[in-house]
Design a binder for this molecule. Structure first.
Ligand SMILES: Nc1nc2c(ncn2[C@@H]2O[C@H](COP(=O)(O)OP(=O)(O)OP(=O)(O)O)[C@@H](O)[C@H]2O)c(=O)[nH]1
Ligand SMILES: [Mg+2]
Length: 432
C-alpha cells in the first residue's frame, strides 16, 4: 500500500509493455503519463519510466528476462521502493516479478484499487472498494499458497484427496474471503434496494434525472458545482469523486431536474471495480439524460471520450439521450473550439462560460411539451377545473369575469384547454 502524502513518498519505477497482442491493455507513452499521474494521486513519486516493445509478453516474467534485469538495475540506482506495471499482470507474473526485482510489484489495476481505497469515504464507497479488493486478492492468494507448497514440498504429492497443510490453509482463507464477499454483496444489495425506492419516488414526482459522466478529471464535479452552487470538492487529481452526489437544479420555468455527479472513468478500469461500483453506476441506466463531460484541453481527449463511450455501452446506458459537453474551453485557443451542434456544446465549468446554453439544451432535450399557461375558463366550463386539478399542477385560481387559472400543464391537458389560453407557446421546432 502506498503511504499518504505526509509520510515518506514511495519512489516508483513505472514499467509498460507495448505489444499488439495486448490490444487495449498495451502500454503507450500517453498511458504511461497517465500512470504517472495515478502514482502522484496515490501519493507516490515517479522515479523512472521503462517502456518495452515486444511482439508478445513473456508468460513468466511478462516483459523479457533481459528487461527484468535492466529494471532491477534501475530500481537499485534510483533507490525505488516499488515497481508498477501499466498492464495487467497475472497473479503468478506478479509474484515472480516481486521475487526477481526485490521490491513490491503492483499492476495498474492494483494501483487504481489502492487509490479507490484511499478515497472511499462513505459506507457504500468503502463496501464497493472492499468488494473489488477481495475479488482482486482471491486469485493472488491462491497463487501465493500454491507457491509456498511447491517450495516446502510438503503437499501435492500424496494420493488424491489428501491435503497438505498449505492447501488446508488455502482453503480456509478462500472460504473466509468468499464469506466476506457474500456479506459485502448482501450489504450492497440493500444499498441498491434503497436506491430503487428513491428512484421510484422521483419517477412518481416526474423529476427527470440528469447524470454527469466522463473521464476522470474532466470537470464533472466542477460542472455540478457551477450548475447548482453545490460545494463538492473538485481537485486536480484522478478519482477525486467516488460517491454519487445528487442535487436539484431548476432548468427553466417549467422544469426541475436532479443532477448526479458520478465516479470518473479511466482506460483499463479494473473490471472488479466496474462490477463493484454497479450500484453507483446503476444510476446511469435510469437517467433521462447524460451529460458527457470531455476535457478538450487534454491532448488525449478523443481517446478518453472513446473509453467513456465504451463503458456507457457496457453499462447498458447507450440508448439514453446524451449531450457532449466540451469542457475547459477557457484553456484552449478560440480556433480550437469544437463546433456547436444540436447535442454538443462548449463550456468552461470553471468560469461559467456557455453554461446558459447548456441549460437551454437540457431543457429542450428533456422537454416533453409541458408548459406553464394562464387559462381563462368561462364559468360554464367550470368542470374542466376538476380535470386540471387532477392532470396538471394548478398554481393559482382567481374568480373574475372568467375563472383565471395559472397551471403547469402536460401536452395532453394543453390539447383540452387550448381554446381558453392565450399565452401558450408551442414547443420549439428547431431540434429533432
Ligand atoms: N481551466 C479549467 N479548469 C477546470 C474546468 N473545469 C474543471 N477544471 C479543473 O479540473 C480539475 C478537475 O476537476 P473536477 O471537477 O474535480 O473533475 P472530475 O471530473 O470531477 O474528476 P474526478 O472526480 O476525479 O473524476 C480541477 O482542478 C478543476 O478546477 C474548466 O472549465 N476550466
Ligand atoms: Mg469529481
Amino acid at each position: 500500500m502506498l503511504p499518504k502524502k505526509e509520510e515518506i513518498r514511495d519512489k516508483v519505477v513505472l514499467v509498460g509493455l507495448n505489444s499488439p497482442v495486448l490490444r487495449e491493455d498495451s502500454a503507450t507513452e500517453e498511458s504511461m503519463d497517465e500512470l504517472s499521474a495515478l502514482v502522484e494521486t496515490a501519493g507516490g513519486e515517479t522515479a523512472g519510466i521503462v517502456l518495452q516493445n515486444r511482439p508478445t509478453p513473456d508468460p513468466r516474467t511478462f516483459i523479457g528476462e533481459g528487461k527484468v534485469a535492466e529494471v532491477q538495475l534501475y530500481v537499485e540506482n534510483v533507490g525505488a521502493t516499488m515497481v508498477i506495471f501499466d498492464n495487467n499482470l497475472s497473479p503468478s507474473q506478479q509474484r515472480v516479478l516481486t521475487e526477481l526485482l526485490g521490491v513490491q510489484v503492483l499492476d495498474r489495476c492494483g494501483l487504481i484499487l489502492d487509490i479507490f481505497a484511499q478515497r472511499a469515504k462513505t459506507k457504500e464507497g468503502r463496501l464497493q472498494v472492499e468488494l473489488a479488493q477481495y475479488r482482486y486478492l482471491l486469485p493472488r492468494l491462491i497463487g501465493m499458497w500454491s507457491h509456498l507448497e511447491r517450495q516446502g514440498g510438503t503437499s501435492g504429492k500424496g494420493p488424491i484427496g489428501s491435503k497438505g497443510p498449505g492447501e488446508t490453509q488455502l482453503e480456509t482463507d478462500r472460504r473466509l474471503i468468499n464469506k466476506k464477499i457474500d456479506k459485502i454483496r448482501a450489504d450492497l444489495e440493500e444499498v441498491r434496494r434503497v436506491r430503487a425506492t428513491q428512484r421510484q419516488q422521483r419517477q412518481k414526482n416526474e423529476i427527470p434525472v440528469v447524470a454527469i459522466v466522463g473521464y476522470t478529471n474532466a470537470g464533472k464535479s466542477t460542472l455540478l458545482n457551477q450548475l447548482t452552487g453545490a460545494a463538492i470538492p473538485a481537485n486536480n487529481r484522478l478519482f477525486d469523486t467516488l460517491d454519487t452526489t445528487s442535487r436539484l437544479l431548476t432548468v427553466s420555468d417549467t422544469m426541475d431536474v436532479v443532477v448526479s455527479d458520478t465516479v470518473g472513468f479511466i482506460r483499463k478500469l479494473p473490471h472488479q471495480l466496474v462490477e463493484a461500483f454497479k450500484a453507483t453506476l446503476e444510476e446511469l441506466e435510469y437517467a433521462d439524460l447524460l451529460l458527457h463531460v470531455i476535457d478538450v484541453s487534454n491532448t488525449e481527449w478523443q481517446h478518453q471520450a472513446e473509453v467513456v463511450e465504451k463503458l456507457i455501452v457496457e453499462l447498458g446506458a447507450n440508448e439514453i439521450p446524451r449531450i457532449d459537453v466540451f469542457n475547459k474551453c477557457d484553456r484552449v485557443e478560440a480556433g480550437d473550439l469544437r463546433p456547436h451542434g444540436a447535442d454538443i456544446c462548449s463550456i468552461s465549468a470553471r468560469t461559467g462560460e456557455g453554461v446558459d446554453r447548456l441549460l437551454e439544451m437540457i431543457d429542450r432535450r428533456l422537454d416533453k411539451g409541458t408548459r406553464r399557461v394562464t387559462i381563462h375558463l368561462p364559468y360554464d366550463k367550470g368542470s374542466l377545473l376538476d380535470m386540471l386539478y387532477r392532470e396538471a399542477k394548478v398554481e393559482s385560481v382567481e374568480y373574475s369575469e372568467t375563472i383565471d387559472i395559472v397551471a403547469v400543464c402536460p401536452p395532453k391537458v394543453l390539447g383540452q384547454i387550448g381554446d381558453y389560453t392565450q399565452d401558450w407557446t408551442p414547443p420549439k421546432e428547431d431540434w429533432e
